[in-house]
Design a protein around this ligand. Structure first.
Ligand code: GNR
Ligand code: NI
Length: 174
């Protein structure tokens, strides 16, 4: 497994639309292994492949707590088949939008069709934090970040802050 670098907004790659995977094979499994390692290291509960610069429709999620057994879920080519009208408000964060948080409303439950780690077709229902997380990750596949749901002013302020931090880091590196 290889630790990958997580792209940070504003990075145009994060705005790309990810492409479907034809079949889940060893190449895709290696990407999922790397994504999971990278996500755990960053203390995240989900990661989309585009966040490590790979524009494929691949997501990994693990919402298990530190003291619990790890419980990774792998999603390839996920499609939402059904979602509840009822919404859940959750304070979201994103590894590509570091240290910024905002309350976002999303359907409290959703049914998702996807391919798993072994290329098996699955159809499962998810609710609560898991449903929120899946929808957050599926937005990444379309180049959407949670800050896109905020007011223009809030979004602009966050992007400005992140750009400044990035400038600083770049200067140190150079
Ligand atoms: O680690 C993460 N936490 C989180 C919290 C609330 C809603 C969504 C998330 S996903 C995020 C990791 C991430 O950026 N995934 O794309
Ligand atoms: Ni994210």
């Amino acid at each position: 497994m290889t630790l990958r670098k997580i792209l940070i907004e504003p990075d145009p790659v994060l705005r790309q639309i990810s492409k479907p995977v034809i079949q889940v094979g060893d190449k895709e499994r290696k990407i999922m292994d790397d994504m999971l390692e990278t996500m755990y290291k960053a203390n995240g509960i989900g990661l989309a492949a585009i966040q490590i610069g790979i524009p494929k429709r691949i997501i990994v999620i693990d919402i298990s707590k530190k003291e619990e057994k790890k419980n990774p879920i792998y999603f390839v080519n996920p499609v939402i088949k059904n979602k509840k009208k009822e919404l859940l408000t959750y304070e979201e964060g994103c590894l590509s939008v570091p240290n910024q948080f905002a309350e976002i409303d999303r359907p409290i439950e959703c049914e998702v069709e996807y391919l798993d780690y072994n290329n098996k077709k699955k159809n499962s229902k998810f609710s609560g934090l898991l449903a929120t997380c899946i929808q957050h990750e599926m937005d990444h596949l379309e180049g959407i970040l949670f800050i896109d749901y905020l007011s223009k002013l809030k979004k602009t302020m966050i992007i400005k802050k992140l750009s400044k931090q990035k400038d600083k880091v770049d200067r140190i590196v150079v």
